[in-house]
Design a protein around this ligand. Structure first.
Ligand code: GDP
Ligand code: MN
Ligand code: MN
Length: 255
């Protein structure tokens, strides 16, 4: 078995209004069932999801959190604006974004953008992935899967990895439950988060710095499926045990 990953060459700096599907299709000969993996930073740039730091006026709440965490209050304000729920305030802001991803600082990111400007996450990354998939099909008649990624830290482990934050044309997990192991025992919990594994692999080629390689094509892993959206990967609140524990602990602390 083998799979191939390719960076799409010569992608320019992305600006508001740029057509990411067109930029990819002009530079790479996509085949059916390729997986097109795109960093959220360029999706957000194309969608104009950029804020001038100088335009942000921090609220009292942002000022207080910023003081505690030794952060720029304007950045904290942006994070608050992008969050559906705050899970942890100190020593960093761990939040649920409007789309459901739980991450530090709501993905608000000052890197790989010029000046005092900050890139937010795409407004709706599932929708962005779908729009790219459909635009690729309209141009090339190729049926591809699309994954929009961000780099996130993990609980319990140092270091960050690529994770999926929006998907289209692929199911988020590969369910092994009901299948047998080497010795005929039934697998009861194995449900492989393939979109995160693919995002992590693609991130090896994206890099985090000045490489300028924000799109990777994965070939040879046929995961194409008529499925939209990452929602199934997020635990329902009743099953989100760790989150519940963090919320309870941080409530106790502020009491
Ligand atoms: P994130 O993981 O979505 O936060 O994106 P990063 O900021 O880590 O960037 C990942 C990759 O995309 C790096 O190789 C960056 O150099 C590249 N990148 C970011 N913005 C652009 C852009 O506008 N044009 C190009 N060509 N590359 C970009
Ligand atoms: Mn990011
Ligand atoms: Mn990154």
């Amino acid at each position: 078995m083998n799979i191939s990953l390719f960076t799409v060459p010569d992608i320019p700096l992305i600006h508001e209004g740029d057509d990411i599907a067109a930029i990819v299709c002009e530079r790479f000969d996509l085949q059916d069932h390729d997986i097109v993996v795109v960093v959220s930073t360029i999706v957000a740039k194309a969608e104009g999801r950029i804020i001038e730091l100088l335009d942000v006026v921090p609220s009292d709440s942002a000022l207080s959190i910023a003081g505690q965490n030794d952060r720029d209050p304007r950045l904290v304000q942006m994070v608050l604006d992008e969050s559906k729920e705050i899970i942890l305030k100190f020593p960093f802001l761990l939040v649920e974004t409007e789309n459901g991803n739980v991450c530090v600082n709501a993905g608000v990111d000052g890197s790989n953008i010029d000046g005092d400007r900050i890139v937010l996450l795409p407004e709706d990354s599932d929708q962005s992935a779908k729009a790219i998939r459909e635009a690729v099909f309209a141009r090339t008649a190729r049926k591809v899967s699309v994954i929009v990624t961000d780099t996130n830290g993990r609980a319990f482990r140092d270091g960050q990895t690529g994770v999926a934050i929006g998907i289209s044309g692929i199911t988020p997990t590969r369910d092994w439950r009901g299948q047998c192991d080497l010795f005929g025992k039934m697998l009861e919990v194995a449900n492989e988060a393939i979109v995160d594994e693919i995002a992590g692999a693609a991130n090896l080629l994206f890099g985090e710095g000045g490489d300028g390689t924000p799109v990777v094509v994965v070939r040879g892993l046929d995961c194409y499926a008529k499925h939209e959206g990452l929602q199934p990967i997020y635990f329902p609140r009743s099953e989100d045990v760790i989150r519940d524990a963090i919320t309870r602990a941080s409530k106790q602390e502020t009491r």
